[in-house]
Design a protein around this ligand. Structure first.
Ligand SMILES: Nc1ncnc2c1ncn2[C@@H]1O[C@H](COP(=O)(O)OP(=O)(O)OP(=O)(O)O)[C@@H](O)[C@H]1O
Ligand SMILES: [Mg+2]
Length: 334
């Protein structure tokens, strides 16, 4: 086995609010292999963005605070690096795409300058070389007429085209790792599909490792090798996409999968929503954080938090944190 490209262990993040403090990520550990695409999924507030920002040294502190842990990226602990080294890694070896392209792009600089700038900084290219490369990148992400478009400003691009510009910026230096935080949620389904196809082909061409954050199981199915389901800052389930989709072991994963728009849904039928609200991290109940919303919860779930461990009878690496046996419960309920 080759060493993972990213290995996070016991990452803990806290937040202060109104004089109170909450460990919103109590201790997160996972690995991403080279070339793997990990899809991280979970409802709003599950800690998807906070953990990614903490990794990259971008967490707003205060109110946030990294409380401990390590994040080995290619042999360096991101959580222990000086800001200057982190800044050099971001944009060069680690690319990032965020949900809001408009906020990430500088409105007063041309798109060409914004794509060229990291190439000049990290790849020691001349202005001319970087501009030419920026044109190639726009073409690569499917923007036609690249030489004219380079001289335009972000507001002259549609939402889908701006996302493509963001992707071009993120991949400009051919990062080893790309972290994408819900970059397609604001887009309509057709454009979203195009962007996902584009990412899949770029991954092939550049051999990138990806962490793709989303609240949409459909997106995970389309892009990821491994799925990691998060709730209340912890991993509820994780494993190869086929194994988890075929036989989910966490009632939370099962609930998220029920919300997929299956062909069998009656015309006009509503999508399933998991009843109840995501937990208030400043007022977390004891035990399994999903238990209050879980109709399969046992008394033990309400008392004691389950550890993440190998799912019985499934493939190696299919992990679940649950005290109950979901397949058996679903078979009985049928
Ligand atoms: N500025 C803040 N102040 C206090 N708590 C915060 C702040 N930002 C995030 N949190 C806490 O961190 C938790 C995780 O938030 P995070 O943004 O990572 O969720 P997420 O999974 O990315 O959700 P979404 O799908 O909405 O993007 C939240 O439940 C919240 O309790
Ligand atoms: Mg988020």
């Amino acid at each position: 086995m080759t060493a993972p490209l990213l290995g996070i262990s016991e990452l803990a993040v806290g937040f202060s609010r109104d004089g109170r403090f909450a460990r919103v990520i109590p201790g997160l550990s996972y690995e991403v292999r080279r070339g793997e695409t990990l899809g991280i999924v979970g409802e709003s507030g599950s800690g998807k963005s906070v953990h990614a920002l903490a990794l990259l040294g971008l967490l707003a502190a205060p109110p946030g605070r990294v409380l401990g842990g390590a994040a080995l990226f290619d042999g360096e602990d991101l959580l222990a690096l000086p800001e200057s080294r982190l800044r050099a890694l971001r944009g060069a070896k680690i690319g990032m795409i965020f949900q809001d392209a408009m906020a990430a792009l500088n409105p007063v600089l041309t798109v060409g300058r914004q794509i060229a700038e990291p190439l000049i900084r990290h790849k020691a290219m001349t202005r001319r070389q970087a501009w030419d490369r920026a044109g190639d990148l726009l073409a690569l992400v499917g923007i036609h007429d690249a030489s004219r478009r380079l001289a335009q400003f972000p507001h002259e691009f549609s939402g889908g085209m701006r996302q493509r510009v963001m992707i071009a910026m993120a991949i400009a230096c051919e990062p080893a790792l790309l972290i994408a935080d819900e970059p397609t949620t604001a887009l309509d389904v057709t454009v979203q599909g195009q962007i996902l196809d584009l990412m899949a082909s770029l991954r092939e061409r550049l051999g990138m490792t990806m962490v793709w954050i989303t609240h949409d199981m459909g997106v995970v199915a389309g892009i990821a090798d491994t799925v990691q389901v998060m709730y209340a800052g912890r991993i509820m389930e994780r494993g190869p996409v086929e194994a988890v989709f075929r036989s989910p072991r966490s009632a939370y994963t099962w609930g998220l999968l029920q919300s997929l728009p299956h062909g069998a849904r009656p015309p006009g039928g509503r999508l399933h929503q998991i009843p109840g609200q995501p937990p208030d991290m400043f007022n977390l109940p004891p035990g399994d954080p999903f238990a209050p919303r879980n109709r399969f919860a046992t008394p033990r779930c309400l008392r004691e938090a389950p550890p993440l461990r190998q799912a019985e009878g499934s493939v190696p690496g299919h992990l679940v944190a649950a005290w109950y046996d979901l397949p058996a419960l679903l078979a009985n309920a049928a």
